[in-house]
Design a protein around this ligand. Structure first.
Ligand code: HEC
Ligand code: HEC
Length: 284
């Protein structure tokens, strides 16, 4: 290669690289409206974003991994928790953990109901932005867990579901209990986002350790408000109609409305619900 050829080569490859860069940039911009659900950016969402900034949520939390790493990432929180829980949490976070034991984790922000509703709309929009699979799993910050630390027994680490015995793939295909375990982990939102199977480990929902035995006692008790007559029916009712009877505690329900999403009845098939019940019935 002589000098002139070398120069041509340098210029040519710079032009090709610049064109590729420009093309890909234009292509990305072309996709932004679709990836970000631009058509769903309502007045409430825009106002909710202002509320987010006004209250400096970013000083402790991250969205899309941006912000401070003191408190959990909230990119997908609206999908993991649902609106009823978020409303109650933002109204008074101190109800969701023990301030005596853990000191103040999240300050009460004294927001109006409209501000909270718009903030929840904003977080809901954020949770639906197509991040192409990011984050691969809920982000945990050192020292914080996804969910209230309130009733976690002293000295116990973050609430992680107990490992379950592995079954051979052929068994998993047909065994309702194994299928139920899979639904438990993969439903949207995943049951594991709010329920631990470790005894005493409360997350956004109560630990489901021993839930089958507890179900039996609940349906027989005087305080029971639902329709179920036996443990299996109670487990089913808890999933498809969470507010029929609620586990006691201000961090679990308000005015008789459970913070557990009431969406599983339509989002899961009857088979999947039956499999979940079979799975939960094993926790005696
Ligand atoms: C001073 C730091 C701080 C600020 C400011 C703050 N938070 Fe938090 N927040 C926390 C901590 C710490 C937790 C975790 C509490 C726990 O583990 O029980 C939390 C928990 C939450 C949760 C519950 C998460 C879950 O997994 O259930 C939500 C929702 C939330 N914050 C939203 C917000 C919003 C919205 C704002 C702004 C209006 C905000 N936070 C401002 C520290 C903060
Ligand atoms: C957003 C958090 C959340 C998610 C997700 C969630 N739950 Fe719940 N769950 C709760 C809360 C809060 C309660 C307590 C209030 C009540 O009784 O409804 C509860 C209660 C229950 C109970 C009753 C427990 C008892 O001791 O009587 C069962 C059973 C249950 N959930 C099963 C499930 C299953 C199965 C899934 C997944 C399909 C699921 N939950 C998903 C929050 C959640």
């Amino acid at each position: 290669m002589n000098k002139r050829q070398a120069r041509l080569f340098a210029i040519g490859s710079t032009v090709v690289a610049a064109l590729a860069f420009l093309g890909l940039t234009i292509d990305s911009h072309r996709q932004f409206p679709k990836l970000t659900n631009a058509q769903n950016i309502t007045v409430a969402v825009t106002h909710g974003k202002d509320v987010w900034h006004k209250n400096n949520c970013i000083n402790c939390h991250t969205l899309f991994g941006e912000g401070a790493y003191y408190a959990p990432d909230l990119t997908k929180i609206a999908q993991h928790r649902g609106a009823a829980y978020l409303h109650a949490y933002l109204k008074d976070p101190s109800k969701f953990y023990d301030e005596q034991r853990h000191r103040r984790l999240m300050p009460k922000q004294d927001m109006t109901d409209v501000e909270i509703a718009d903030l929840v709309s904003f977080l809901d929009w954020v949770s639906k932005v197509d991040n192409q699979g990011w984050p691969p799993r809920p982000i945990l910050v050192t020292g914080a867990v996804i969910g209230p630390m309130g009733a976690r027994p002293a000295g116990q680490a973050a609430a992680v579901p107990a490992p379950l015995p592995r079954l051979a793939p052929a068994v998993v295909d047909k065994d309702p209990i194994a299928l139920g375990e899979a639904v438990f982990r993969t439903s949207a939102p995943a049951c594991t986002a709010c329920h631990s199977l470790v005894p005493g480990a409360q997350m956004a929902g109560p630990s489901l350790a021993g839930v089958a035995t507890r179900a039996q006692q609940t349906v027989g008790s005087a305080g029971y408000k639902g329709q179920a007559k036996d443990a299996a029916a109670y487990l089913r009712e808890s999933i498809v109609q969470p507010s029929a009877h609620t586990v006691a505690g201000a961090m679990y329900s308000a005015s008789g409305v459970s913070f557990m999403p009431a969406t599983y009845d339509k989002d899961l098939t009857p088979d999947q619900i039956a499999q979940l019940v079979a799975y939960l019935a094993t926790f005696k």
